[in-house]
Design a protein around this ligand. Structure first.
Ligand code: TRP
Ligand code: ZN
Length: 859
């Protein structure tokens, strides 16, 4: 385990490494508990760095031999690496270490998953493979020889040699160690090929365990689409003869962009209509795109240090979001992205874990692969593009690739290409990278029919914006940021009188006027969610219903519905009010509009999550009661079901698909509408339609949405048993089975079900997907998890304590469930605090979990 004594690393302390690495030769002799790694590395003094000791990172390595220029040396070993006296000039470092991949449960470094060897080196896992300057600004050309008695032996780059029991790989592109990868095992490939715009024919493979070949076709198509898209939209061409993807069952995150050898959590690549939902297909497509896009944004141009993580992640998320918007429906994709930002990033930014998009200090970098770095990082790029315009964005990106290819770059470098392209000063914009917290923007308006300096006839409409950012850990005071606010104005008939215009807010308080209007307009503000802020504006339900009916901006039309639903639920919770009639009527009209995309209408039916409602109540000074939130949502669903009883059958018919299953936007939109309808219908028919759908379903989307409603209705015993019988052989489908019965069930049953499932013979808790499917799903079930007696908190903590000894990374990530604890009442806070302290005080607490718990507790 990692040393629990925490040291903090600071951005301001960055210093370059004292040597350059011209080339690296690695030989692996694979054996489950006695793998030997032999390295030969040429070091040369780095003239630009200041003098320093020669230090190589290394953890949990057994040093067998080390030599400099052929002469054995005895380095000084520490828990973090080794120090050694070295010559003044260039020298050859040779080293042999022994490691035990079969005993590596942390899934970082070289480890084994179902008999297969694989690696995960980002961020700092390479140091568990051999001694090396394991930092992203040390880039080198790697040649790798893998020896082992398994049929498939893979590494980065191009294959250069192969024989009985060995394979050799050469990656011509200099890369940091975190992009190193090795995979070896009894694997089969699903082949494909792609010819690049420059005429290079690239061999493509998806490598899987025998039996999974039937789940690769979709991923392969997604890969080809991504390669083409990056050529068409960014002019970026692939740069090796081969591109390999491997599916691994035991993996801490979604996937990893190792050069030429992407490693994927099997849940993020394997798909078939029978075993995967539409949502799975969409996620897989975007993750494959994401990892592929990293080849340029991450690999060819990497990060100088880990504080610059958003340089590659924010940009690559932005690119994968653009891709999804292009190949699916742009408005639907935007709404999904914003819902995800609000659901995951806002709570982070509004709680004890808040940190800037570019953090300035950390203890464990693994804890900063966050929604803030990824998703807010992408929003910041979206704002930059909005501010400079599409054309300048394209030019700036060309300059970025041109100027920084082969570099380990910084956010300063990134912003400089925009400044050089546009002549703009981006120093204030840069605050988005350094100030944490979600800015709040309050809007007031003024309407004058006879403004004194009015040039044109008619009235003047003025919008006044006031921005502020609440304090976040370590940042009390915030300066005003640059906020691109997209605004359109509608006249009382619902026609657009001022089309979308981007107002650039730079001051604490700032006004913008629109002259020459015939009548007082209705504003549509922050269209397309042009800035990731919380907008505060007094507006009536009538005005929201008006925007719901007329707004030409699809995002804000959806937003109007969301706000109506939210305020209706809040009033139900706090004032015992009945549901908002204006919303129910307006939505009903919209649902009947067959010109609107079914996917869009499906999203309109949705209401804010329990957790979002809890946050809003908390911000308004009301202590959220999870049971009351749950009850209000149930009531509202019942009301909608009854109110729309006549409409539901025709919507269900629209949601039906007759053609053969395709996971495309059109069909999945229909099925999404069908699922949203089934959620309501089940409240009227007690589960009859759901049962029928469950029995006749020939794809996982329909089967699972039916099962979800049966679970919700408490009529799930037979269906759960049948599902288990049908799918017990399929790990990914069984993850759904575990997750659903905890995630969708009534609050009072959540914890006991989760506990029962942890005793199920198939509950393989060392597998992160399975662990999350039960404990993660429990924590996501808001009312169930926040049970008054604290049983949910206790059960989760029991398991986190257990997992921390094996897999600190996944344990630490799951601690963030507790980040919202200060919202709740004193009793619940005391119960959560007790669990956090129990976790904090456990023997041999990992550095990862230690840092998270300390931040959440607020020390
Ligand atoms: N760089 C990866 C991505 O975004 C994510 C990643 C970082 C990761 N650290 C990891 C994946 C550890 C698996 C394990 O695409
Ligand atoms: Zn990424």
């Amino acid at each position: 385990m990692k040393d629990a004594a925490p040291t903090t690393i600071f951005l301001k302390d960055y210093t370059p490494f004292g040597w350059q690495v011209s080339d690296v030769h690695l030989t692996f002799r694979l054996a489950p508990t006695t793998t030997r790694v032999v390295s030969k590395i040429h070091f040369a003094p780095n003239a630009e760095a200041r003098a320093q000791d020669f230090f190589l990172h290394g953890e949990q390595l057994k040093l067998i031999r080390a030599a400099i220029d052929g002469v054995d040396v005895t380095p000084e070993l520490t828990a973090e690496g080794l120090r050694c006296a070295v010559p003044d000039g260039p020298f050859l470092w040779e080293c042999e270490v022994e490691i035990a991949p079969a005993e590596n449960t942390a899934l970082e470094g070289l480890y084994m998953s179902n008999g297969m060897y694989c690696t995960q080196c980002e961020a700092e896992g390479f140091r568990k493979i051999t001694y090396y300057p394991d930092r992203p600004d040390v880039m080198s050309v790697f040649t790798v020889r893998v020896e082992g008695d398994v049929p498939v032996l893979l590494s980065n780059g191009n294959p250069v040699g192969k024989g009985d029991g060995f394979a050799e790989w050469h990656d011509p592109w200099p890369k940091p160690a975190y992009l190193f990868a090795l995979v070896a095992g009894d694997l089969v490939n699903f082949p494909g090929s792609f010819t690049t715009m420059g005429g290079r024919k690239v061999e493509l493979n998806i490598w899987v365990r025998p039996g999974d070949e039937g789940k690769c076709a979709f991923g392969m198509e997604a890969l080809k689409k991504s390669m083409k898209w990056d050529e068409d939209v960014y002019g970026r061409e692939y740069d090796l003869d081969i591109f390999n993807i491997v599916a691994v069952d035991d993996f801490n995150m979604g996937a990893m962009e190792n050069k030429g050898l992407n490693v994927f959590n099997s849940s993020a690549v394997l798909a078939s209509p029978e075993t995967s939902t539409d949502a799975n297909f969409e996620r897989i497509e975007s993750i494959i795109a994401h990892e592929y896009f990293h080849n340029w944004t991450g690999n060819r141009i990497t990060c100088r240090d880990w504080f610059q993580l958003c340089l590659k992640e924010g940009l690559t998320v932005f690119r994968d979001q653009q891709f999804t918007a292009d190949v699916r429906s742009a408005p639907v994709a935007r709404i999904e992205n914003v819902a995800m930002l609000r659901g995951r990033q806002f709570p982070e930014d509004q709680g004890p874990l808040a940190h800037p998009v570019r953090p300035e200090s950390f203890q464990e970098i693994n804890n900063f692969y966050t929604a803030t770095v990824y998703e807010k990082g992408a929003e910041v790029i979206g704002m930059l593009k909005t501010l400079v315009g599409d054309e300048a964005y394209g030019k700036a990106l060309d300059l970025y690739f041109d100027r920084h290819d082969g570099d380990a770059a910084t956010i300063e470098d990134w912003l400089k290409v925009f400044e050089d392209t546009t002549g703009r000063d981006l120093s204030q914009f840069k605050l988005w990278y350094s100030q944490a917290g979600t800015p709040r923007v309050t809007v007031t308006e003024n309407w004058e029919t006879e403004a004194p300096d009015q040039v044109r006839g008619g009235g003047r409409y003025t919008l006044t914006f006031t921005q502020s950012s609440p304090p976040t850990p370590g940042q009390e005071e915030k300066a005003p940021q640059v906020i691109p606010m997209a605004v359109g104005l509608l006249n009382p008939n619902g026609d657009e009188v001022v089309p979308t215009r981007v107002l650039e807010i730079t001051e604490g308080t700032q006004s913008f006027s629109f002259d020459g209007l015939a009548s007082r307009p209705v504003p549509s503000i922050n269209r397309g969610f042009s800035a990731p802020v919380v907008l505060e504006r007094e507006s009536s339900p009538e005005e929201r219903a008006f925007l719901l009916a007329h707004d030409s901006d699809p995002f804000n039309r959806w937003e109007a519905s969301r706000l109506l639903a939210r305020e209706s639920l809040i009033a139900m919770i706090t004032d015992n009010a009945g549901p908002d009639e204006a919303w129910l009527d307006g939505l009903q009209r919209l649902l009947r509009d067959r010109d609107l995309d079914p996917a869009y209408r499906a999203m309109m039916i949705g209401v804010p999550s329990d957790s979002e409602l809890a946050q809003v109540l908390y911000e308004r000074g009301v202590t959220p009661d999870p049971d009351a939130i749950y009850a209000a949502k149930e009531t509202l669903a019942q009301v909608r079901a009854e109110r729309w009883a006549d409409l539901l059958p025709s919507l269900a018919a629209e949601g039906a698909v007759d053609d053969a299953y395709q996971p495309d936007a059109e069909q999945s939109g229909k099925r999404a509408l069908g699922a949203a309808v089934l959620y309501l219908t089940t409240r009227l028919d007690g589960g009859k339609a759901a049962q029928a759908q469950f029995e006749s379903a020939d794809n996982m989307t329909l089967q699972l949405s039916a099962l979800a409603q049966l679970v919700r209705a408490g009529k799930d015993e037979a269906a759960l048993a049948a599902f288990e019988e049908q799918w017990r052989h399929d790990r990914l489908v069984m993850d759904k089975w575990f997750g659903l019965q905890v995630g969708a069930t009534a609050p009072e049953k959540v914890v006991s079900r989760a506990e029962t499932l942890t005793k199920h013979p198939a509950f393989d808790w060392k597998n992160p997907n399975r662990f999350r499917s039960v404990l993660g799903a429990m924590a996501m079930n808001h009312a169930g998890f926040h049970r008054k007696d604290g049983a949910g908190y206790r059960l989760l903590t029991d398991w986190l304590i257990r997992l921390d000894d094996l897999n600190p990374q996944t344990t630490a990530r799951m601690c963030s469930t507790f980040q919202t604890w200060k919202r709740y009442d004193a009793d619940r806070q005391a119960l959560i605090r007790a669990q956090l302290e129990r976790l904090r005080d456990k023997p041999k607490l990992s550095r990862d979990t230690g840092e998270m718990v300390a931040r959440i507790l607020g020390n």
